[in-house]
Design a protein. Structure first.
Length: 232
């Protein structure tokens, strides 16, 4: 059993598309479960998610990392996979995750991303992120994992202390603790469609700088909220 955790917050425009891609997988639906952990949305996110997910509930922990932790604790699977509500999952996503954990002694798996929205700028932005992910993995220095495309051995994930409930950088930080328990692997064929809406609305350079500043500040954005943004 693979448990897929999807954090949400005011995602009525995207949640059905994301969950529809999760429902249309190459493995039987009964071999995985979908858990939606909602940040108390003010729109129809939970209502739209109910028919497509196995579990839908309001998170009790803080931040997006806390939502993923809540989902992991409610999960039935031995493998916890995480993605985001504005992502599109390829049909072999669940199957490939299962194959990786079956064939290799790993505690965490992560993949790459491609932009859902077109445009050279978007492709170049994610090319940089994917290159950084590859270099970090191959040099075994910084594991640039993304919460929208990663999976954990559930037992090891809990033993490591799960995600920190911080504003940004939680997916980068968790890998440093997971690597102490076993192998963290990058599968470049594990690709997820990633929404560029943050960069399009708030600017690429500004968004990257905000993320880097928060990470270097220990993950605390102060009074600002980095994850629960209002999008047009």
């Amino acid at each position: 059993m693979i448990s897929v955790v999807v954090p949400t917050y005011n995602e009525e425009q995207n949640i059905e598309r994301c969950l529809a891609s999760l429902a249309d997988q190459t493995v039987p639906r009964e071999t995985y479960e979908i858990i939606v952990v909602d940040g108390d949305s003010r729109d129809r996110t939970r209502e739209l998610a109910e028919p497509l997910a196995d579990k839908v509930f309001i998170q009790t922990s803080k931040r997006v990392g806390g939502a993923r932790n809540d989902g992991a604790m409610a999960a039935s699977g031995d493998i916890i996979a995480t993605t985001d509500a504005d992502c599109i999952l390829p049909r072999d996503w669940v199957e490939r995750i299962g194959q990786n954990f079956a064939e290799r002694d790993i505690v965490q798996l992560y993949g790459t991303v491609y932009p859902i929205e077109g445009g050279l700028k978007n492709h170049l932005s994610l090319l940089g992120a994917n290159t950084f992910a590859r270099l970090g993995c191959y040099t075994r220095t910084i594991y640039f994992t993304l919460g929208c495309n990663t999976a954990f051995d559930r037992e090891a994930f809990i033993r490591a202390g799960m995600y920190r409930c911080i504003d940004a950088g939680d997916d980068l930080e968790i890998a440093q603790r997971m690597r102490k328990l076993g192998r963290v692997r990058l599968d470049t064929r594990l690709k997820v469609g990633f929404s560029m809406r943050r960069y399009q609305q708030f600017g690429t350079l500004k968004s990257v700088w905000e993320w880097l500043y928060i990470v270097l500040s220990g993950g605390d954005a102060g009074g600002a909220t980095y994850s629960q943004r209002e999008y047009k």
